[in-house]
Design a protein around this ligand. Structure first.
Ligand SMILES: CC(C)(COP(=O)(O)OP(=O)(O)OC[C@H]1O[C@@H](n2cnc3c(N)ncnc32)[C@H](O)[C@@H]1OP(=O)(O)O)[C@@H](O)C(=O)NCCC(=O)NCCS
Length: 197
């Protein structure tokens, strides 16, 4: 799918695995080797290492237990937005506080967002999140939750602090604050309806 910015998006599948792997490898495994496993049920447990995380991620791709929208610039994968059901992505940050005031689980969660170094602040994350929301609409819509980092009224933030995305990007795409679960982290929600095509 082409976006307004000229980026294209594709889901992470066995066919696109090599593109995703090239981006992760070009960025030192992401966080030194997490391979975007932190939100999955097994997480990035001690003793697994980068190789274990890589094979864990690839196993999810083979089993179809991962939803991740990849963003391409030309032929290169330059970023992603992970999404999925709470069962697919149970390991969110601040879980204990989250559960304290939980009324109803959402249908979908946004997990982690990543843009490769050298591509930041050019709209990659915007394209990734827009693509993920489009895929959710195609899958029937529902309540989507995100757990972004507040970026206003504080010093400028960058890098790993923003792995759940910056709050202002979610605001731009229609999400609203639901509740605070850490000093700078909010639960934000958006209701999506199923798309017709
Ligand atoms: C957070 C991150 C995903 C943003 O990606 P990006 O492609 O640079 O973001 P975009 O260019 O699409 O930005 C869209 C909007 O988000 C907001 N935004 C992006 N980065 C921001 C920052 N550092 N501070 C405040 N707002 C920011 C802005 O509103 C921006 O719109 P603007 O550029 O028109 O002002 C990127 O900085 C990143 O990958 N950080 C590391 C995250 C990480 O470690 N992930 C690991 C996952 S396992």
């Amino acid at each position: 799918m082409a976006t307004e910015s000229g980026y294209t998006t594709q889901l992470l599948t066995e066919e696109t695995w090599d593109d995703f792997a090239a981006l992760v490898e070009a960025n030192n495994g992401v966080w030194g080797g997490c391979w975007c496993m932190g939100f999955h049920p097994e997480g990035v447990g001690a003793g697994r290492g980068a190789a274990g995380n890589r094979s864990g991620k690839q196993a999810h791709v083979r089993k179809g237990t991962v939803h991740q929208m990849l963003v391409y610039h030309g032929g290169d994968c330059v970023g992603w937005c992970q999404f999925g059901s709470p069962a697919e992505l149970p390991s969110i940050k601040n879980l204990k506080v989250y559960e304290r005031e939980l009324v109803e689980l959402p249908h979908w969660r946004i997990g982690c967002i990543f843009t490769g170094k050298g591509h930041r602040r050019h709209g990659v994350a915007r394209a990734a999140l827009t693509g993920a929301l489009g895929a959710i609409e195609k899958s029937g819509g529902g309540v989507v939750e995100a757990y972004p980092e507040q970026v206003t009224d504080r010093d400028p933030q960058q890098g790993a602090y923003l792995h759940t995305g910056p709050e202002n990007l979610f605001e731009e795409l229609g999400f609203e604050r639901d509740r605070k679960i850490a000093k700078w982290r909010w639960v934000m929600r958006l209701q999506l309806t199923a798309s017709k095509d």
